[in-house]
Design a binder for this molecule. Structure first.
Ligand code: SF4
Ligand code: SF4
Length: 152
């Protein structure tokens, strides 16, 4: 029995069709704001800790405890492009959780064009899992990025 026959049998028994399930899944795709989409870095680099304003050149980050080593080749979902500081300063921050921050090591940095959800060229493309307000797949820049980034 082929996959379409299988779904047809389910549909005959009152289950939603494959097309309906696909439509439902699409209806629940997040908008760019829901995944914190950010525009490309102004200098054309990919996003990682060494170009984040929260990073310290002492391999620390102000939103993590001073004891946590944060290398320049890492990245997390709180990235804000800007100039790192020379040293870690206690700003009275309630530190973020390492797991939920999405902290990981990505030596080449993150961006849409090296994300498994991207379809496009070296300038711009579309994202398969994020939608614009009008329901079409989100138009993204090759060097933009978001919290749903996944490696190719
Ligand atoms: S861990 Fe996150 S917030 Fe800290 S420097 Fe890296 S990208 Fe920025
Ligand atoms: S292509 Fe990847 S990084 Fe870019 S918006 Fe889509 S999920 Fe986010």
């Amino acid at each position: 029995m082929g996959l379409s026959d299988f779904y047809q049998r389910l549909a005959d028994k009152g289950a939603p069709s494959y097309e309906d399930l696909e439509k439902q899944a699409k209806a629940h795709q997040p908008k760019p704001w829901g995944v914190l989409y950010t525009a490309p870095n102004s200098d054309g680099t990919r996003k990682n800790c060494k170009n984040c304003m929260l990073w310290c050149k002492t391999e620390q980050c102000v939103i993590f405890p001073a004891t946590k080593q944060i290398k320049g080749a890492m990245i997390c979902g709180y990235h804000v492009n800007g100039i790192p500081s020379d040293k870690w300063v206690d700003r009275g921050v309630d530190y973020v959780d390492e797991y939920t921050s999405g902290l990981e090591t990505v030596p080449k940095g993150t961006s849409c064009d090296v994300c498994s959800h991207y379809k496009g060229n070296d300038k711009a493309g579309i994202c398969n899992i994020v939608q614009q307000e009008n329901g079409s797949q989100a138009e993204v820049k090759a060097l933009g990025c978001c919290a749903a980034w996944e490696p190719k």
